[in-house]
Structure formats: structure tokens, C-alpha cells
Design a protein around this ligand. Structure first.
Ligand code: TRH
Length: 356
């Protein structure tokens, strides 16, 4: 089938990251994909090698949507996070498939959440009243953590690749000096508790190497030497999405944020802390708690998340071995529960190809 995926970058890297993963995942299953994107610059580091089967189209390349210019008709339209697709593609889609919506789906791919409404809204139809898609029906597709949702993305060979991963070789290839100390990744916005974390690691009884990702996390770090007491810091350049997984696999504890890196931290299987994307009305508090409930987070992990996300003012719980061992058990159990379920693309393809 031909899939046209539409992505608008709001901010950060999540919109592009999720859509690129979706596009490459579909291409890996033999599907033909065009990824429409209004701000593709992040792909230069996220996916420098591109991907066979995926064509990236800039949102302004309207010729790529014109039938008379030889544009292919999509079988499936995916609008990521409610962005309105290019109208020319919608008309192409509408003209080509009148009355065949059951097989030629228009999907609104939503944000990932563990909140209960996701199970209610997943797969619901949404009639289109405005031209050029008037008369068609979109369907909501909600990623989630249960079998009654759209699930999360997982490449078929992901766990095998993770098992084969050689941490020491990866660290050496990235010129990261390592003498067996605990390794922690940092991918975050500007958490107020960052100073608290750095102070804790600096004064900890065991050494830690902090791998700071490029962008907002690096900018949030207060200036200072790379060696601060028990804490050593390495600053990373932007790495490809494939290498971002390797980073998470190399670490004993991962700080992640947004949406896509949370899922990747779950697959990495090490303990992790999530900085949720903040919303103006604090709606993210409920979303965070729903996730912590689903993940059966032990008390210290829950408290750490509340402090890291600015919900509680109390100091961060101490990252000692016992605490991290508890977090590791929770992370393993969460991963097992996801591994027992079908991945998002399997569910999406079935939804798109089923007749009713
Ligand atoms: O960048 P984010 O904070 O994105 C957010 C969320 O998606 C949020 O839900 C959304 O509303 C907002 O954007 C607009 O975090 P996220 O989702 O983890 O996306 C980051 C992507 O960047 C992920 O695919 C991993 C990738 N990445 C790399 O590939 N290499 C890197 O070096 C880094 C730092 C990130």
C-alpha cells in the first residue's frame, strides 16, 4: 500500500521522531511511504542515511500532490497529532476512493497516553465536513499501553539487536572514557530539580558518568568542569535515532522526555525517569500519574517523577543501589507487559486493511 504521513513540527524533536519511526517501520514491512514534513532539518542528524522505501516531501512541494504531475494516490493518509494534511493530497485520496473508506483509511494518529480515555477514543470515527475531504471519515488511532489501544512501536528485531549490543565498544567508539562507573543519560527540558540531581551525583558514594544529550539538556546544565566530585560529565553531539537507542542501552539509568524517548527507554529495560511534555493547564500531571500507575512505579520512583516534573517541592529521593534495583524490577515488568502485546504497526496495518 501507499502511505502518506503528514507531520508538522510544533517544537522539540518528538513530532519528527515519531513520524520518522512510523515511516521507517512501515517501509521495513514493505510499504511505500511518503513523509510530508514542514521542518525536516532534524532528519539530517536523526536519520542521516535516510531509509529505502521512504520519500521525504517538504510540505510546500505541492506538485508532489498533483495527479496531473504524476503524483501517486495514497491508500492511507496519516495525520500526526491532528495536523491537517495537504489539501491536494486529500482531494487525490477522496477522488480515487469514493465509498471505499473502510479499506482506504484516513488516520489521525494521536499522542501516547496511559489515561483511561485512550481506550474509549481509540478507533473512533470522525466525519469530515469540510472540503476537500467532505464526506470522508477519519479515524482516531491512539497509541497506548494496553491491548485496547494502538500500542507502541517496536521493530521486529529490536530485542535481538538490544541483546547483541556491546556497551564497552559503543562507549569507546564515541570516545567516552569509562572505568566501570555507573552511566546515566540525560535527555530533558529544564527540570528545576536538575541542580539537586547534579549535587546528589557529585556527592554520591559511587562514581557516575553523565552522558548529556545535545540541545536543551546540554543548555540546561549549569556551566562547570566536566569532573565534579564523584560526577564526570560527557557531552554528546546529536546522534542518529538508531544511535539514540544505543545510548539508552549503554546506560544504567536513563532520563528521557516527551514521547518517543520514553518508549525507547521502556524497550531499553534499564531504570528510567520521564520528564513529561508540560501543558499549560497542568493536564500533564494526570497523564504522568496514569503512566506511573500503569508502570506500577514504586514509591521512590513516583516521588522522583513528581519532583523531577515540578509537581512536588521535596528533595529528589537518593539514587542508591537498592532504590535503582527496585526501579529496575519495575522497568523489566513494564517491558514484559509490552512485549506480550502486539506492536503499534501490526495493530495499525490490521485496522487499515480490515473491511469494517
Ligand atoms: O523532543 P521531545 O521533547 O518531543 C516532544 C514530545 O514528542 C511531545 O509529546 C510533543 O508534544 C512535543 O515534542 C512537540 O521528545 P521525544 O518525543 O522523546 O522526541 C525526541 C526524538 O529525538 C526521539 O525520536 C529521539 C530523537 N533524538 C535522536 O535521534 N538523537 C539525539 O541525539 C536526540 C537528543 C534525540
Amino acid at each position: 500500500m501507499r502511505w502518506d504521513i503528514f507531520c508538522k513540527m510544533i517544537d522539540n524533536h518528538g513530532d519528527v521522531g515519531v513520524c520518522w519511526r512510523l515511516a521507517t517501520g512501515l517501509a521495513g514491512r514493505g510499504e511505500k511511504v511518503r513523509l510530508w514534513i514542514d521542518e525536516p532539518s532534524a532528519l539530517a542528524w536523526m536519520a542521516p542515511a535516510g531509509c529505502p522505501g521512504v520519500t521525504v516531501v517538504h510540505w510546500t512541494e505541492r506538485d508532489a500532490a498533483r495527479h496531473d504531475a504524476g503524483a501517486p494516490t495514497p491508500d492511507v493518509l496519516i495525520e500526526a497529532f491532528g495536523c491537517d494534511p495537504v489539501p491536494e493530497v486529500v482531494s487525490l485520496f477522496a477522488r480515487q476512493h469514493p465509498g471505499e473508506e473502510a479499506r482506504h483509511r484516513w488516520i489521525n494518529l494521536e499522542y501516547l497516553s496511559a489515561e483511561p480515555y485512550v481506550e474509549r477514543l481509540h478507533r473512533l470515527p470522525s466525519p469530515v465536513f469540510r472540503d476537500p475531504g467532505a464526506g470522508l471519515t477519519k479515524h482516531f488511532f491512539y497509541p497506548g499501553f494496553t491491548t485496547a489501544t494502538g500500542g507502541v512501536m517496536r521493530e521486529p528485531d529490536l530485542m535481538a539487536r538490544r541483546d547483541r549490543f556491546d556497551r564497552a565498544a559503543w562507549l569507546a567508539a564515541h570516545d567516552i572514557p569509562w572505568q566501570g562507573e555507573r552511566i546515566v543519560s540525560l535527555f530533558c527540558y529544564e527540570p528545576r530539580a536538575l541542580d539537586n540531581l547534579l549535587g546528589q551525583l557529585e556527592n554520591a558514594g559511587e562514581p557516575t558518568r553523565l552522558l548529556v544529550t545535545a540541545g536543551r539538556a546540554a543548555a540546561a546544565l549549569p556551566p562547570g568542569p566536566a569532573r565534579r566530585g564523584a560526577l564526570s560529565i560527557s557531552w554528546l553531539p546529536y546522534v542518529s535515532q538508531i544511535d539514540f537507542d544505543h545510548l539508552l542501552w549503554a546506560c544504567d539509568l536513563n532520563f528521557v522526555r516527551g514521547e518517543d524517548s520514553l518508549v525507547r527507554a521502556l524497550w531499553a529495560g534499564a531504570p528510567f525517569v520521564w520528564q513529561i511534555y508540560p501543558q499549560d493547564d497542568d493536564a500533564h500531571h494526570n497523564k504522568l500519574d496514569a503512566f506511573l500507575d500503569w508502570a506500577k512505579a514504586p514509591r521512590s520512583l513516583r516521588d522522583f517523577h513528581h519532583r523531577w516534573n515540578g509537581i512536588s517541592p521535596s528533595p529528589l529521593p537518593v539514587l542508591d543501589r537498592l532504590t535503582l534495583a527496585q526501579w529496575a524490577s519495575a522497568a523489566h515488568a513494564a517491558r514484559e507487559s509490552l512485549l506480550a502485546q502486539e506492536d503499534l504497526l501490526t495493530r495499525l496495518i490490521r485496522f487499515v486493511t480490515q473491511k469494517s
